[in-house]
Ligand binder design. Structure first.
Ligand code: ATP
Ligand code: MG
Ligand code: MG
Ligand code: MG
Length: 496
């Protein structure tokens, strides 16, 4: 059975043999100021797509495995994490690119060759989607891709009418964010039903039995600030395939007639050692159950299984983020990091473990991925220190905050109220360090919501107060001529 490291390597080798230059992953901190985190393999190549820079490699083809984080902004998968087996906050995106070089035909035929010949995926289980805009949506029907897939399935002696499906903008027009390079795409889905005969009915339904593994994007446009699209000077190929999902399929299927469904990314060598470590720490067992209906979610083993998945997922995101230089804070990227960490801590409570414990899983993670991401090895000590310090910090207020939430809950039940007030969420944030999404999570479990609008208003008022205080500080400091500089003051102001 191929290990994750071998699967990654075989992807890169396949494209190297086809003239691609293999690059290391770029940082999770993107160059583009419009993005919070690197959310797709194409992000580092935006200047090439826009024609602002020329791809320096000959031929102009690149392949890599890119670290991605989807926990904020246009691509935010946080809510899915733990509840399904294939959306993570942090994941690796395998990708191949052509900058004004090969186009749809090669991209499609090579993807087919890698999946079916090199990796042995059964052809009849593969489905493709093609962009067909709904009225009012951008660009035209991607007839070119349709024709290529049609021919390919015919050559494979499969019925193209069954294996090609159409999708609208939601699934088949890929955008990095509100602005930037974009274009129609063909997604490749694999049918994992036991009989393998869903006939594509499950495509684009977000089903664990028929998952999307690879997206072939044909970048032809730039989305402008005003929402319009302009044609780029040339046409490019941009593909992305989730390594974790591919590993789940390759490792979860000894043969395609014989697998346990649903296949989950957490059953691969990328996650198993982390789950084992968490089992040791919590002295509880992971059983790999998933919510198939919302009714089941109250089941306590299911709650534990979700907690296991959320914690190991967040651990990966946190570790890679810190290794790329992000530190927990109350602003921007650092705040996302802090939220993930506190969220993981809260899920630890479901397993009966108190902080600090998350930092203990850094070591097994470095063992799994350090060989491909040497920054993990270099930064291991720092990562462990930052995580455990942050866990200690939150540990001081966690129990009190949870007790306060319990009081709020009782009050709400007595008052027959379904919404946590903005000021209640604000006290949880301001005094106990509960990010609002943590409060939302606790609320959701009780069938409650949170008045986030009012919460934001209180946050803004507090920001204004701290700006005034900050300015007063500067005035008094400059008077005593001991001005320490804006940077230090700002660093303090950031930790509200
Ligand atoms: P999905 O529809 O499953 O949410 P997507 O269409 O949002 O996926 P793309 O933006 O097309 O995903 O990214 C390319 C590939 O990256 C996907 O085909 C999938 O294999 C993988 N991928 C996307 N999001 C995630 C995630 N949150 N966790 C793991 N892999 C992912
Ligand atoms: Mg998605
Ligand atoms: Mg999709
Ligand atoms: Mg997609």
């Amino acid at each position: 059975m191929m290990k994750s490291s071998e699967i990654r390597k075989s992807f890169l080798e396949f494209f190297k043999e086809r003239g691609h230059t293999i690059l290391p992953s770029a940082s999770l901190v993107p160059q583009s100021p419009n993005l919070l985190f690197t959310n797709a393999g194409m992000n580092p190549f935006v200047p090439f797509f826009l024609g602002k820079q020329k791809c320096p490699y000959v031929p102009p083809r690149i392949a890599d495995s890119q670290k991605c984080l989807r926990a904020g902004g246009k691509h935010n998968d946080l809510e899915e994490v733990g509840y399904d087996g294939y959306h993570h906050t942090f994941f690796e995106m395998l990708g191949n690119w052509s900058f004004n070089d090969y186009f749809k035909e090669e991209a499609i035929y090579w993807s087919w060759e890698l999946l079916t010949e090199r990796w042995g995926f059964p052809k009849e289980r593969i489905y493709a989607t093609v962009y067909k805009p709904a009225p009012g949506e951008p660009a035209e029907f991607d007839e070119e891709s349709y024709r290529i897939w049609f021919q390919l399935f015919q050559e494979a002696r499969l019925n193209p009418l069954e294996h090609i499906h159409f999708g609208t903008k939601k699934d088949n027009f890929w955008m990095m964010g509100e602005t930037g390079p974009c274009g129609p795409c063909s997604e490749i889905h694999v049918d994992l039903t036991v009989e393998g005969n869903s006939e594509g009915k499950l495509i684009n339904k977000n089903s664990p039995l028929c998952i999307e593994i690879w997206n072939l994007v044909f970048i032809q446009f730039n989305a402008n600030e005003d929402g319009s699209l302009s044609l780029l000077p040339s046409r490019h190929v941009d593909t992305g395939m989730g390594l974790e999902r591919v590993c789940a399929i390759i490792q979860g299927t000894s043969s395609f007639q014989q697998f346990h469904t649903p296949i989950s990314d957490y059953d691969t060598d990328l996650f198993i050692p982390l789950i084992q470590k968490l089992q040791d720490i919590s002295k509880t067992t992971y059983t790999g159950t998933f919510p198939s209906s919302s009714k089941e979610i109250s089941n306590s083993q299911l709650q534990k299984d979700i907690a296991f998945r959320v914690i190991v997922d967040h651990l990966r995101a946190i570790t890679f983020a810190i290794a790329d230089g992000i530190l927990p804070s109350n602003l921007g990227r650092g705040h996302v990091l802090r939220r993930l960490l506190r969220r993981a801590t809260r899920f630890g409570q479901v397993l009966g473990v108190n902080p600090p414990f998350i930092f203990e899983m850094v070591d097994p993670l470095v063992k799994i991925m350090g060989h491909h991401y040497p920054e993990l090895i270099d930064k291991q000590n720092l990562v462990e220190e930052v995580i455990s310090a942050e866990e200690e910090l939150f540990a001081r207020t966690l129990a009190h905050g949870l007790a306060l939430f319990e009081e709020i809950k009782q009050k709400m039940i007595a008052e027959k109220r379904k919404e946590v007030l903005g000021k209640e969420a604000f006290v949880l944030y301001d005094t106990y360090g509960f990010p609002v999404d943590l409060t939302q999570l606790l609320a959701k479990e009780q069938g409650f919501s949170v008045d986030t609008k009012d919460f934001e208003k209180l946050m803004e008022e507090q920001r204004q107060r701290s700006i005034v205080a900050h300015e007063e500080d500067i005035v008094s400091l400059t008077r005593t001529s001991e001005f320490v500089g804006y940077e230090e003051l700002e660093a303090e102001a950031e930790v509200v």
